[in-house]
Write a protein that binds this ligand. Structure first.
Ligand code: NIG
Ligand code: FE
Length: 392
C-alpha cells in the first residue's frame, strides 16, 4: 500500500522499496528508481512477483500469560458457558493463578515463542496487555516480560490491564481493588515506563462503567492512552464510555448500540474488532459493522491472542475471520491490521509504505493481496523486515 498506489490497497505494481538506516528511503515503480540504487544495494530481497505490505500491526493481544485453558475449553464444548466458568472462579482467574506462579523468565520464554510464530506471519508491531496478575507485583512482572520480548526486533507497546477481573482477595471490596489499580498500578507502571496505555474490562464479569471510567481517568492523569474491552457479552454502554473518556479505541463491541457507534464516530474512537474471540466463544451477535461504517468509525482488526477467548498466534486467520464472520472486505481487514491499527497505538511512523516511514515490511508469495485473508491461515511470510532488519 502506498500513497502513490491505486485501488483499494493502494497497489504499486513492479515496485521497488529502497531501505536505508531503518527507514524506507524510496518506493515506486522499478523503472523510476534512482539510478544504480538497486544494483548497488548491500542486500536485496527479490520477491519474484510476490507482494510487500506494511508489517502487520496487532494492536490487541494478551501474549504474556502462564498455562493454557485447554481443559476449560473442553468443558465449554460440553455446554458450560464462558461466563459460568468465570463465575465458578475459572476463566481469567485460572490464568491469573498460573501467571502468578510463573517467573519472569518463564513468562518471557513462553511469550517469545508465541511472538515468534506471529513474526512468521508478518507481525512487526504488537500491543501486549497485562491483566493476569491482578496484584501490583505480577502486573509489573507481566509488563516487564512484554518489554523483554523487544529483543525479537518487534516493536512492543505494553498496556496495563489491571482492571481485567476482580481477584479473590478483593471479592468483598471492589472499590479497594479499583483504588489499587488507579493509585498504585497505573502510576508505578507509568513511572517505570512499562506501559503506553491503560485498559479495563467493562462487563458484568468484569468492571462497571463507573469503575472503568475511574481507570481511564487515572490513566490519562498518568499520561497513558486509553483502551477499553467494551460491550463484548452485553451492552453496558462501553463504546460510548470509551468515546466520552477520550480512549483511542473500544474493543470487541458485539453488543454496541447505534448510539454507542455514533458517539465513537464523533469522538474519533476506533472500533477494534476481535473476530478470534467472536469465533472461539461461539458468539452469534455481531458487532454493528454497518453502523460503524456509517458513523466513520475506523474498523481495526486484531488477534486478541489470549488463552481463554482467542488462543491464536496467526494474524492471517484473524483477517479471514474478519471477512467471513464479520463482513469486512479483504482491503478493510488489511487496513485494520496496518494503517488503522498504527493509529490506535499512537504510531505515525508505520502502517503504510511511504518514503520516510519505518521499514517494517512483510513479503508474501501471493498473486493478489486478497489472498492474505482468503487462505484460512495461508503460508508464512516469505520475508519480514522490522526497522530495516530482517527478522525472517
Ligand atoms: O479480550 N474479555 C476479556 N479479556 C480477554 C479474554 C481474557 C481471557 O479469557 O483470558 C478478551 O477476550
Ligand atoms: Fe482482549
Amino acid at each position: 500500500m502506498s500513497d502513490i498506489g491505486s485501488g483499494p490497497y493502494g497497489t504499486v505494481r513492479d515496485a521497488v522499496v529502497l531501505v536505508s538506516a531503518g527507514h524506507i528511503e524510496w518506493i515506486g515503480h522499478e523503472a523510476d528508481a534512482p539510478e544504480g540504487a538497486v544494483s548497488s544495494a548491500r542486500e536485496t530481497i527479490d520477491l519474484d512477483g510476490g507482494w510487500v505490505t506494511p508489517g502487520l500491526i496487532d494492536c490487541h493481544t494478551h501474549l504474556v500469560f502462564g498455562g493454557t485453558r485447554a481443559v476449560e475449553w473442553e468443558r465449554r464444548l460440553g455446554g458450560v458457558s464462558y461466563e459460568e466458568i468465570a463465575h465458578q472462579g475459572g476463566g481469567i482467574l485460572s490464568t491469573v493463578r498460573a501467571t502468578r506462579d510463573a517467573s519472569l523468565d518463564e513468562l518471557v520464554r513462553s511469550a517469545r515463542g508465541r511472538l515468534g510464530r506471529m513474526i512468521d506471519f508478518g507481525t512487526t508491531t504488537v500491543e501486549i496487555k497485562s491483566g493476569y496478575g491482578l496484584d501490583l507485583e505480577t502486573e509489573l512482572r507481566m509488563l516487564e516480560a512484554a518489554c523483554s520480548v523487544r529483543d525479537t526486533g518487534v516493536t512492543v507497546s505494553p498496556t496495563l490491564l489491571g482492571a481485567h477481573a476482580l481477584p479473590p482477595e478483593f471479592a468483598n471490596d471492589r472499590s479497594a481493588f479499583v483504588d489499587l489499580v488507579c493509585n498504585e498500578m497505573i502510576p508505578q507502571a507509568a513511572a517505570a515506563r512499562l506501559a503506553d496505555a491503560v485498559d479495563a474490562f467493562c462487563e458484568g464479569i468484569g468492571f462497571t462503567p463507573a469503575e472503568c471510567e475511574r481507570v481511564l481517568h487515572a490513566g490519562s492523569e498518568a499520561g497513558l492512552a486509553g483502551r477499553l474491552h467494551a460491550d463484548q457479552l452485553s451492552d453496558l454502554g462501553g463504546g460510548a464510555l470509551a468515546a466520552r473518556a477520550g480512549a483511542r479505541s473500544a474493543d470487541h463491541l458485539e453488543y454496541t448500540s447505534e448510539a454507542g457507534a455514533r458517539a465513537m464516530g464523533e469522538a474519533g474512537c476506533a472500533a477494534v474488532l476481535l473476530p478470534g474471540a467472536f469465533y472461539f466463544l461461539g458468539e452469534t451477535q455481531k458487532p454493528p459493522i454497518e453502523s460503524f461504517r456509517s458513523h466513520g468509525v475506523p474498523l481495526v482488526v486484531a488477534t486478541d491472542a489470549n488463552p481463554g477467548s482467542s488462543p491464536t498466534t496467526q494474524p492471517l486467520i484473524t483477517l479471514n475471520q474478519a471477512c467471513v464472520l464479520l463482513g469486512l472486505t479483504p482491503a478493510e481487514a488489511l487496513a485494520g491490521m496496518t494503517v488503522l491499527a498504527a493509529r490506535v497505538l499512537g504510531f505515525d511512523d508505520r502502517g503504510v509504505l511511504r518514503a520516510g516511514l519505518r521499514a517494517d515490511l512483510a513479503c508474501w508469495a501471493i498473486d493478489d493481496p486478497s489472498e492474505l485473508s482468503y487462505w484460512m491461515g495461508g503460508a508464512p511470510a516469505s520475508a519480514v523486515v522490522a526497522g530495516g532488519h530482517r527478522l525472517r
